[in-house]
Design a protein around this ligand. Sequence first.
Ligand SMILES: [Fe+2]
Length: 183
Amino acid sequence: MAKPPDLVPVGQDVDGRTGGGGQWERGRICGVPAVDAGQPVCADRTLAAFRPPTFDNPSTTGFLDTSSGVLFTSDCFGALLQDVPQNAADISEGDLREGQVFWATVDSPWMHEVDGGKLAHELDAVAELEPSLILSSHLPAAPGGMIDQFLASLAAVPDAAPFVGPDQVALEQMLAEITALPQ
Ligand SMILES: [Fe+2]
């Protein structure tokens, strides 16, 4: 569905029309506010929308709660980990970097094609958000002070080994191992 050009975020002055049925109205679609990067979502606080530097879908949107500094990053900063503690700070720096780089090569393989200068600009913009807490969909909650470490992981992705998924033989071997596990 194409987004009409006059769409505005919830909390701004909408014209009061009620829509629904999958139709865009000014400010909402089916009761869910639609926002673009740089737009605020206003309720009892402000959630500022931003585009995370890595994503697997162009509609991916992150949010910064400007009152608390909590940064919601969707898939960005996710990591494949052996163990999942409650706090990302409890993961060793090496395991975290390896896990985040690998995750990004799987979830955002286009990162291998990006211009280094433009990527650095994107990462700098995220650093300037100075989050107090980082909440990724695929990582334990992380203190905001880890942002530079996270961004360094992303900066390493373009030169990392591209992810190659398992072929049929490998898949069948994995299935055999799974089904052999005690139930
Ligand atoms: Fe996800």
